[in-house]
Design a protein around this ligand. Structure first.
Ligand code: BTN
Length: 316
């Protein structure tokens, strides 16, 4: 885990005005010697991918930097029950942190500006560059029986779209079964649910301010809120809104199950009546997407006219 010093954070804030700044100017503005600025910049360049030096001794950010303050999260989320909130500059994985720390008071939120071992579904990695996007996890006690969790990731996807669109405006952000947010067929966010003893951990990654052309290492098409809304997005308010939305709906979900969210999910179904392939284990199922059941299973109409119900798999 790498934590940033106050000086390093101040430098990032100054650089976020989106104009290259000369190193001497940074030293003057922050009232510290140039060599200390240079040292901090060297460290920032090593742990983040956010700084570019355009000309010699000039620095700028390649993405806007909107810091997330723990005190602001606490102010908004303590009153609804998040007594413990963890924020990091860098962490292996927010899901892993909540898995390892078993004695936390739930519900608990963990956010990190960067993940060095961010995890995606199916053992994939989750690209987690510094402070450009949102990476966070929430832990709740597991409801009993565990079958009450059926459709949880679908409910979460719905919460994400609702919170994003309420805050930033309605766009055609849609849901891809079982748990992706997509826009114009490109991935915007992903959800990874894991369990640990008697707890359930909901991990969420949202592409906020990264630009797809800057990150060629991801092969599947993806987009970000900055690209969708055509402006840089402040992450703090968005994180708060999402956690509030998730908390409110999780209570409803654990009490009533997914059926309450069924119609709402169908309204945002990205693939309704479209030809799809689903990989279930080694089996490839092809057909037309016909929505989902009240338990959250995918419905596929195959070439034989059979309506198949699929509990888990990868859709493409
Ligand atoms: C997916 O593959 O679509 C799921 C991606 C989930 C990524 C998030 S980022 C925060 C949390 N911590 C992790 O290591 N993964 C999840």
């Amino acid at each position: 885990m790498t934590e940033l010093s106050q000086l390093e954070k101040d430098i990032l804030c100054l650089l976020s005005f989106n104009q290259p700044i000369f190193i001497n100017e940074l030293a003057q503005l922050l009232d510290v010697p140039v060599y200390l600025i240079q040292e901090s910049i060297d460290k920032l360049m090593a742990v983040t991918d956010i700084i570019l030096s355009s000309k010699k001794d000039y620095f700028q950010l390649n993405a806007p930097y909107f810091p997330i303050k723990k005190t602001n999260l606490e102010k908004a989320l303590n009153p609804i029950g998040f007594e413990e909130i963890y924020t990091f500059d860098s962490l292996h994985s927010t899901n892993q942190f909540l898995k390892e720390n078993k004695k936390l008071t739930t519900p608990v939120l963990c956010h990190s500006d960067m993940q060095t071992a961010g995890r995606g579904r199916q053992g994939r990695k989750w690209f987690s560059p510094f402070a450009t996007n949102l990476y966070f996890s929430i832990k709740y006690p597991m409801p009993s029986p565990i079958s009450k969790c059926a459709g949880l990731s679908l409910m979460l996807g719905y919460c994400l779209v609702k919170a994003i669109e309420n805050l930033l405006g309605t766009k055609k952000i849609l849901l891809k079964w079982p748990n992706d947010l997509i826009y114009n067929k490109k991935k915007l966010a992903g959800i990874l649910i894991e369990t640990s003893e008697n707890f359930i951990i909901m991990g969420i990654g949202i592409n906020v301010n990264c630009l797809s052309q800057n990150n060629p290492i991801i092969t599947k098409p993806w987009t970000s809120l900055r690209e969708i809304y055509e402006k840089p997005i402040s992450r703090e308010q968005l994180l708060i809104k999402i956690v509030q939305e998730i908390h409110e709906n999780t209570k409803i979900f654990f009490k009533n199950g997914f059926s309450v969210f069924h119609e709402k999910w169908l309204d945002k179904d990205a693939f309704h009546n479209q030809p799809i392939s689903v990989l279930r284990g080694d089996e490839l199922i092809e057909g037309l997407a016909k929505g989902i059941t009240k338990n959250g299973n995918l419905l596929v109409l195959n070439a034989l006219g059979e309506l198949l119900e699929i509990e888990s798999g990868e859709l493409s």
